[in-house]
Design a protein around this ligand. Structure first.
Ligand code: SF4
Length: 321
């Protein structure tokens, strides 16, 4: 069913000014038509801007939701409005479909922080210790690991292995935050998300002083003292559920900037305080390059079949937990 342009604007009117939306309408209309003619779907991460997230996306969510839903997609073409590792994961789970990413430069500081060779060295140094890799890694790194995890299921994945010690890579802060919740010993790597590492515990103290009564929700990629200073920590999906369930009068989401806009659309009664740290990789995706991706079938994401088998096994093992 095609949604009329005024109804689409209505969705985002609280977070996108009308004048700005008018500059998007041509691309939105073209993308909706291209999705039909190419039998394509758009998967958009929670950090995409509202005109993408609410305007043209078919499936939205965090990395885990996108990975899960990517398996059920009925389409010839998947456009991943997100970063490269997400497009690779979509390809792993949909090997027969064309997977496009609108900008090949949409990377990730976490994915770039570790290689399969690093994992080989870690395995040699810690024989027999299973390797859990965060989904924010390349397919080659996933292939070198035993199982994947996301920020939403990391503790469950750690505990599902039934071992006293694991390696959790590459996010040092996620590993340390999960270590506080489990008795399993967790060995970490030194990768960081360049967005979440910018938040500090003093930011949170200042927010509480400036906005009395505010509820602080932090992403587990933040440093442990930030998570400690927050009221609640969880993945973007968990934060979104929290706002819907608890309906705090005033809230701040300690995560990437666009997340608050996308959640605020559904909660007009909640006041969102919005300190803004943008992910430069997520922000490489725009309506313009989504349109061009569909028009010119670019940029196709492929995974070496030899790597794909092992990487898919690590992702599917996670999805089974
Ligand atoms: S927000 Fe952080 S983890 Fe997510 S894509 Fe950007 S750099 Fe990577």
């Amino acid at each position: 069913m095609t949604i009329a342009m005024p109804a689409l604007y209505e969705r985002v009117s609280r977070v996108v000014p009308k004048a700005e939306w008018l500059s998007y309408e041509d691309d939105v209309a073209a993308i909706l038509a291209l999705k039909k003619s190419r039998n394509a779907v758009i998967l958009a991460h929670n950090y995409q801007t509202p005109e993408i997230f609410h305007g043209v996306a078919d499936i939205v969510g965090d990395s885990l939701a996108l990975a899960r839903k990517a398996m059920e997609v009925e389409a010839d073409v998947i456009v991943l409005a997100g970063v490269h590792f997400m497009a690779e994961t979509a390809k792993l789970l949909n090997p027969e479909k064309t997977v496009l990413i609108p900008d090949m430069g949409a990377g990730c500081s976490l994915a770039d922080s570790i290689t399969p060779e690093d994992i080989a060295l870690l395995r040699a140094a810690h024989p027999g210790v299973p390797v859990i890799t965060y989904v924010n890694t390349s397919a080659a790194v996933k292939a070198a690991s035993d199982i994947c995890c996301t920020s939403g299921n990391a503790r469950q994945v750690v505990e599902s292995l039934g071992v006293p010690k694991v390696l959790m890579l590459p996010d040092e802060y996620l590993a340390k935050n999960v270590a506080r919740e489990t008795s399993v010993e967790i060995l970490a790597w030194h990768g960081h998300c360049e967005v979440h590492e910018l938040f500090t515990a003093s930011d949170i103290h200042e927010l509480r002083a400036a906005h009395p009564g505010i509820v602080v929700l932090a992403h587990p990629e933040c440093p442990p003292d930030v998570v400690e200073a927050a009221d609640f920590a969880g993945s973007t999906a968990v934060m979104s559920d929290y706002v819907g369930r608890e309906k705090p009068g005033r809230v701040v989401l300690i995560t990437e900037c666009s997340m608050s806009d996308n959640v605020a659309v559904h909660h007009p009664d909640v006041e969102f305080v919005r300190p803004c740290n943008l992910c430069p990789h997520m922000k490489r995706i725009s309506l313009k390059n989504i349109r061009e991706a569909l028009e010119h079938n670019r940029h196709e994401v492929t995974v070496d079949p030899a790597i794909a088998v092992a990487a898919r096994r690590a992702v599917e093992r996670m999805l089974a937990v």
